[in-house]
Design a protein around this ligand. Structure first.
Ligand code: BF8
Length: 677
């Protein structure tokens, strides 16, 4: 058979984890094309620079040596800025549609018309107090008012989003208001963006970029709505031990993969996977049980609240099916490659779509409404069980065992843990350790895994920064990369954390009851849960009384792929956080836009984009950014460091300032009720 990978170079053995590479070879042997082949063949360089315009039928036009404008005279700056605003808008539409769905579900749940419950009334009350909603008329009424406010933030004709004004630090809101980039409702922003980017309307590239920033800020508020209200319905994340890898699929069980982002139905699939009737039926057909595993962010959501194992991130989705072990591949919305339709045709796997926004020509569509999630979950599990006897002989799993990990961090987890040190002022120990340099800075590793970049970048950056005592928090597919590299384990703390950070992790591990250091990389959940990190950073800024832009923090999206990542990155930057991108955004065709995003933005927002493909150089740039922030705040340990400094890792030079109580509380990290493997 002709190889699908005639140019082996892009399969650099260093850039894939062994299991992914093994699965890729297997898929290749079956003649299955995946994103790895397709991207190399399809990528367009004009589009990459952002100078392609498809706004009207005089075109499509592109800026090239032959013409420095489109047919209408739109120059590269206008075209690039318009394209970027449209990209950020689509990402925001995806996130706010998710937020709208969750808010509607909470509203219906409060009216008792779903089978969901208000699982965490305390969280609901804390949200309501934050957005200044009356809580005096009981939980249901508070839920109605909170959900209604969220819906109004998404769809009404307002001038400010309450979830933004209430959650962002005052200094951020004030700066955004002064710049005229504080969002009205998301719907209003989307409407105006659609209008401005239509042919012959906005031709001021600065105004377009400022609108992209405003849209990004609205996007972050949408993330906050989704995360906060999901916690109300499903409960807060709990730190869990779990596993990641293709081998979380179980040869003896009915395997159900849940993939996408909106966890409403998948929560029910997990719940009913333990239903006695269904288990009996599975056993009657020769299976030993039902095994639900997660892909992408739906997977992250279930991991955070139930410890459900992860089978893979965005670049693994086709390969998961190529194991031949998946009875049902159940998708909701976002980041689902249409190619999964082609791959399932080679196996017995049923592709089941469940939401009206995410349909596929040949998938079985089993839609759910909030009112019928129980029935839909059971129907899907039945379909998976009945498919088990049809499993073929083409099954394959890589050699490697799944990797262990600990996940389930959030602002509440951190405060809960730290309150065991200082009950009255839980953030104080964290701040003291940032002040004295035991924690040199905090960096968020976020975003996707990209087949062109592959997986090394998140991991390489994490390892470089950890050596320099930077605490890593992570979300989305980036978190899964780190997990597959074993960075979400106590062993990784001993191996990679710098000589000061390790002390902090050991002390926290002790107070958590883990008996080992905490992992040096903290999994904060799905991409929507980037809001948890924003909330943590906002809490630190408010506690210290400094703007976010002055904190020794940064974010990195080393392998970003999607419009949603563009929206989150833009919003994060506008809030004052410097964001590293490992893949250039489609703006290089306009030096003016490049300058706006990488330089001028720092004057306006305090945050800026750093674009650097090389992970080691990117780490150096991030460290330099943190060093300057520390210097400005007058914190210790601000001397310049290079990533090549070989820092001692094991023995502490100075004890961390975390005092550990002599009486150990109960462990906070839990084993999930069931784990495969
Ligand atoms: O929202 S990291 S590929 S799965 S966009 Fe998608 Fe990117 Fe993965 Fe989750 Ni986020």
């Amino acid at each position: 058979m002709q190889s699908l990978f005639p140019e082996k170079e892009h399969l650099n053995p260093q850039i894939f984890d062994d299991s992914t590479e093994e699965m890729l070879k297997h898929a290749q042997s079956l003649g299955i094309e995946t994103v790895f082949d397709k991207q190399a063949k399809s990528k367009c360089n004009f589009g990459s620079n952002g100078v392609c315009c498809k706004q009207c039928i005089m075109g499509p036009c592109r800026i090239s040596e032959r013409s420095n404008t489109g047919s209408c005279g739109a120059n590269a700056d206008t075209i690039v800025a318009r394209n970027l605003l449209m990209m950020v808008s689509r990402g925001t539409a995806a996130h706010s549609s998710h937020a709208f769905h969750i808010a509607s579900t909470l509203l219906k749940t409060a009216h008792n018309s779903t089978s969901f419950k208000i699982k965490d009334p305390q969280k609901l009350l804390s949200i309501a107090r934050k957005i200044k909603i009356d809580t005096s008329k009981g939980i249901e009424n508070t839920a109605v008012l909170t959900a209604t406010q969220a819906i109004s933030d998404i769809l009404s004709d307002k001038t400010t989003m309450k979830f933004a004004t209430s959650y962002y630090p005052a200094s951020v809101s004030e700066n955004l208001q002064n710049l005229g980039v504080f969002p009205g409702s998301v719907g209003k922003e989307l409407l105006e963006a659609g209008h401005e980017t239509s042919m012959g309307t906005m031709a001021d590239h600065t105004a377009l970029i400022l609108h992209a920033a405003r849209m990004g800020v609205a996007d972050i508020a949408s993330l906050i709505i989704s995360t906060e209200l999901q916690d109300v319905i499903f409960g807060l994340p709990i730190p869990f031990f779990s596993k990641i890898g293709f081998n979380v699929l179980d040869i003896d069980k009915v395997n159900v993969v849940v993939h996408g982002h909106v966890p409403l139905l998948s929560e029910k699939i997990v719940e009913f996977s333990e239903d006695e009737e269904l288990l009996k039926k599975a056993m009657s057909l020769g299976a030993s049980g039902i095994n639900v595993v997660g892909c992408c962010c739906t997977g992250n959501e279930l991991l955070m609240r139930h410890g459900i194992p992860l089978v893979g991130s965005n670049i693994n989705q086709e390969l998961v099916i190529a194991t031949g072990l998946v009875e049902a591949f159940v998708v909701d919305v976002q980041c689902i490659f249409p190619n999964v339709e082609n791959v399932v045709k080679k196996f017995h796997t049923k592709l089941i779509s469940t939401m009206k926004e995410g349909r596929f020509q040949s998938a079985e569509h089993i839609p759910f409404e909030d009112e019928n999630t129980d029935e839909t979950a059971k129907k899907i599990l039945n379909a998976a069980i009945e498919n088990f006897p049809k499993r073929g002989k083409k099954i394959f799993l890589p050699k490697d065992e799944p990797k262990d990990m600990i996940a389930g961090f959030s602002l509440e987890t951190c405060v809960g843990l730290l309150s065991r040190i200082n009950q009255d002022d839980p953030l104080k120990p964290l701040i003291e350790n940032i002040n004295n340099g035991n924690i040199y800075g905090i960096v968020l590793l976020a975003g996707c895994t990209n087949p062109l970049v592959s997986e090394a970048n998140h991991v390489s950056i994490a390892i470089e920064l950890l050596k320099h005592n930077v605490l890593i928090v992570t979300t989305g597919c980036a978190a899964q990369s780190c997990a597959r590299a074993g960075l979400l384990t106590p062993d990784a703390a001993e191996r990679y954390a710098g000589d000061k950070l390790i002390n902090v992790l050991r002390a926290l591990g002790e107070i958590s009851g883990l008996g080992n250091p905490l992992p040096p990389v903290w999994h904060f959940g799905s991409c929507v849960d980037n809001s948890r990190v924003i909330n943590l950073i906002s809490a630190l800024a408010e506690k210290l009384g400094v703007p976010i832009k002055d904190l020794p923090v940064a974010a990195s999206a080393a392998e970003w792929v999607t419009e949603k990542a563009a929206a989150i990155g833009t919003g994060t930057m506008a809030m004052g956080i410097t964001v590293h991108l490992g893949v250039a955004p489609p703006v290089l065709g306009s030096p003016a836009i490049v300058s706006l995003l990488t330089q001028k933005s720092e004057e306006l927002f305090g945050g800026k984009f750093i674009v650097e493909a090389d992970p080691i150089e990117a780490s150096r740039m991030i460290l330099e950014h943190i060093r300057k922030a520390r210097e400005k705040l007058g914190l210790s340990g601000s001397a310049a460091m290079t990533v090549n400094d070989s820092l001692p890792v094991k023995e502490p030079s100075k004890p961390a300032t975390i005092e550990v109580e002599t009486k150990m509380p109960e462990p906070v990290i839990q084993h999930p009720p069931k784990l495969t493997g």
